[in-house]
Design a binder for this molecule. Structure first.
Ligand code: ADP
Ligand code: MG
Length: 353
């Protein structure tokens, strides 16, 4: 099911104490996609995700899930509609006095399932999340990752079409985070579930999201396909959140060479190349040297992946006479990569020839 938010605002409190946590949010989450919302602490992420299933009622705006306007439903209709929307949390929210089986069975009991129907469904869910062997243990005997698997099984019990995730991996170590993200990706692909995922970690977005929106002070400041936003972040906030993940920050010096944004007489050009998919940087560079008789000096390099697509950032110094450098730049601009002249370094990077 697609999720469509229009003009969502949320104001907490009244009068001089009033706080606008959400300020005109428009968001379209296509059916079957994993959509990430990222922002720093206090940006309004949890409030936003809670507005989707109306755990928090927006002050204004509409919430449509699968074409149904949740904001116009009666309490009874809403209770029914919410079954289509599962949710998982950072703190897992498991019942300590119930076993793993009991926790996963709970939403089915609340929905009035018959006992003999509950057991096979729970078994099926435990199998899906890889926890069959932990069926009869209590939450206190589980690791963080296992607790979140129980949370996921419980969220999926009523066959939802949408899964909301509020910092589901934020309490987990990197390895466990990875395995939970793989599980979510698997569920998305296998069940066609639409996932709206809230996080403050770009790594999470990078691993599994198709689309991303950046939220700041209750507003969405940037959104798009993850590959586009990562390779061409437009907003300062996005660049900050991306930080060292993609190496957009240029160091003030490169191995002792002062970096300058302004042209420097006799200095070298510093260019940044971003590429993804099949464009490999190395042949591009050697080709440049061969064809244009310039010298290329790699200042920083960073290779990573977004979902499974390789992605890299390369910062290189370019020396040689001006005409040849311009020809080289011209050539780079025509390739399937993003090229930007980011500045200059004062000294020649390569000895004079
Ligand atoms: N129930 C509430 N009452 C009053 N203020 C709240 C409430 N929930 C959240 N806020 C405020 O709304 C803002 C956004 O909070 P939240 O959505 O939790 O941000 P995030 O999840 O991005 O850290 C914060 O300033 C927070 O203090
Ligand atoms: Mg939060």
């Amino acid at each position: 099911m697609a999720i469509s938010l229009q003009g969502i605002t949320k104001i907490f409190g009244q009068g001089p104490r009033a706080l606008k946590a959400l300020d005109g949010i428009d968001l379209e989450v296509p059916e079957g996609t994993i959509f990430g919302i990222i922002g720093s602490s206090g940006a309004g992420k949890s409030t936003l995700v809670r507005c989707v299933n109306l755990l928090e009622r927006p002050t204004s705006g509409t919430v449509c899930v699968g074409g149904v306007d949740f904001t116009s439903l009666s309490e009874g209709e809403l209770r029914e509609a919410r079954k289509k929307v599962g949710m998982i949390f950072q703190s897992f929210n498991l019942l300590a006095r119930r076993t793993v089986f009991g926790n996963v069975a709970l939403p089915l009991e609340l929905a009035g399932w018959k006992k003999e129907e509950i057991a096979p469904r729970v078994e099926e869910l435990l199998d899906l999340v890889g926890l069959t062997v932990k069926r009869d243990v209590y939450p206190s005997q589980l690791s963080g990752g296992q607790k979140q698997r129980v949370g996921i099984a419980r969220a999926l019990a009523n066959h939802p079409d949408v899964l909301l995730s509020d910092e589901a991996t934020s309490a987990l170590d990197p390895m466990t985070t990875q395995s939970i993200l793989e599980l979510l990706r698997n569920i998305n692909e296998k069940l066609g579930l639409t996932i709206l995922l809230i996080t403050h970690e770009m790594n999470v977005i990078k691993e599994i999201c198709h689309n991303v929106a950046v939220i700041e002070k209750g507003r969405i400041v940037e959104q798009g396909a993850v590959l586009d936003v990562f390779t061409d972040p437009r907003e300062e906030t996005t660049r900050d959140l991306l930080g060292e993940i993609i190496g957009v920050d240029l160091p003030p010096t490169f191995g002792g060479l002062d970096f300058s944004r302004e042209p420097v007489a006799g200095g070298d050009l510093v260019i940044q190349l971003r590429f993804f998919g099949n464009v490999a940087a190395e042949p591009v560079m050697s080709d440049l040297v061969r064809r244009f008789d310039v010298d290329v000096n790699i200042l920083t390099a960073h290779i990573d992946h977004i979902r499974n697509v390789p992605y890299g950032t390369l910062v290189v110094g370019l020396s040689g006479d001006e005409a040849r450098r311009q020809a080289a730049l011209e050539h780079l601009r025509a390739l399937d990569l993003k090229m930007e002249v980011v500045g200059y370094v004062r000294q020649a990077l390569c000895p004079a020839r």
